[in-house]
Write a protein that binds this ligand. Structure first.
Ligand SMILES: [Zn+2]
Length: 360
């Protein structure tokens, strides 16, 4: 029997009442505690929906990650401005990362808090995504900060990020996924690859503090970004990223693939980068595409990936979260759950077909 692990990446679109609550909070008409309660309600609803779909591993859909996949650690921070590094998307819109205005840098929320809540509301296996230290490192302003050096900032980030992962593992997360969405983007900012190398080094310095068993539960997610149905770095060829990505000493890799015009070269390259013992989750659902994939299409994508990746090292996932930025309403919750359902059903179809192929 063939078993293909199937996981979502992270964010599920927030329900309307939560988006309205964010707006009310930002306008000063709702307290942080009231917002928190509504986010917890949305978390419970999301966990239940994923369980009902038959997901073998659930998340809270990042309902409590205020602002964005990265913004939770700076939500309500007193030393943050909204005009940090600008990220441009293919449809012309842009987002800014937060910018640190003074030291020290302190996580306001940590992902293990969300995980703890999720674990209280499900008996299923739980996955928790955390923001990469490399993305957080981009919050430090280019012209420096008086009395708080970049070196001290980096030390503070690494220490808090490492503790966050350790607590997630200790709480019993089945997987901890480091969101490394800026990997492909970094090659746009610095085509020499030096920035990417620095980011990989940062992540490896954290991973080196964990045991082999712990690293087998830690994964890294890469994608070309996903916001308002557009991407920020899909034009960067995977051949510049993948060899470097696989030098990260994690046990799992979650790689966006469904959105690639021609996935074959990237799949072929992954085969050459693969080390024994790693699991590679290939994206079979494209959150940027409004159309819900059929289970048959998902199955086709899995069979294509299985030509290049040994079955014992293959898993499937969505290409990215469905709304990494909390106010993104371009994809409805219904569409997101429809796509997840297709991933689950398509994965099962592929398991049957692959078993037939192997049996022959
Ligand atoms: Zn992503």
């Amino acid at each position: 029997m063939i078993r293909l692990p199937s996981e979502n990446i992270g964010s599920i679109p927030r329900p309307k009442y939560l988006i309205e609550a964010y707006n009310a909070f930002n306008a000063g008409n709702l307290s942080a505690a009231q917002l928190d309660e509504l986010a917890k309600q949305a978390s419970r609803e999301t966990i239940k929906s994923l369980e009902d779909l038959g997901a073998e591993i659930v998340t809270d859909g990042e309902q409590q990650k205020f602002n964005s996949f990265a913004g939770y650690c700076t939500h309500c921070a007193p030393n943050i401005a909204p005009d940090g590094l600008r990220i441009d998307f293919s449809d012309g819109h842009f987002r800014h990362l937060p910018r640190l205005t003074s030291g020290p840098f302190k996580y306001q929320y940590t992902a293990d808090q969300f995980l703890e809540y999720t674990l209280q509301h499900t008996a299923s296996k739980v996955k928790q995504a955390v923001i990469s230290p490399s993305l957080v490192s981009l919050l430090y302003p280019a012209n420096g900060l008086e009395g708080y050096s970049r070196m001290q900032f980096t030390r503070d980030v690494l220490e808090q990020h490492t503790r966050e992962i350790q607590r997630c593992l200790n709480l019993g997360a089945d997987k901890v996924q480091i969101d490394f969405t800026e990997a492909r983007l970094s090659l746009k900012i610095d085509p020499s690859g030096e920035l990417l190398q620095n980011m990989v080094d940062l992540i490896n310095s954290v991973l080196d503090t964990f045991t082999d068993e712990e690293r087998s539960r830690i994964g890294v997610h890469t994608c070309p970004g996903s916001d308002l149905d557009s991407a920020h770095s899909a034009d960067i060829d995977y051949k510049y990223l993948l060899p470097k990505l696989f030098t990260i000493r994690a046990g799992n890799f979650y790689i966006a693939m469904a959105g690639e015009a021609d996935p074959t070269p990237a799949l072929r390259l992954i085969r050459t980068c693969l080390r024994p013992g790693l699991r590679v989750y290939i994206g079979v659902i494209n959150p940027v595409d409004p159309e819900i994939e059929t289970p048959e299409l998902v199955c086709e994508r899995v069979l294509e990936a299985a030509k290049y990746i040994p079955l014992l090292q293959l898993g499937i996932c969505d290409d990215c979260g469905f709304s990494p930025f909390a106010d993104d309403e371009s994809t409805s919750r219904e569409v997101a759950f429809g796509k997840i359902k297709s991933r689950i059903l398509g994965g099962k179809l592929a398991e049957v077909k692959l078993a037939e192929l192997v049996g022959k």
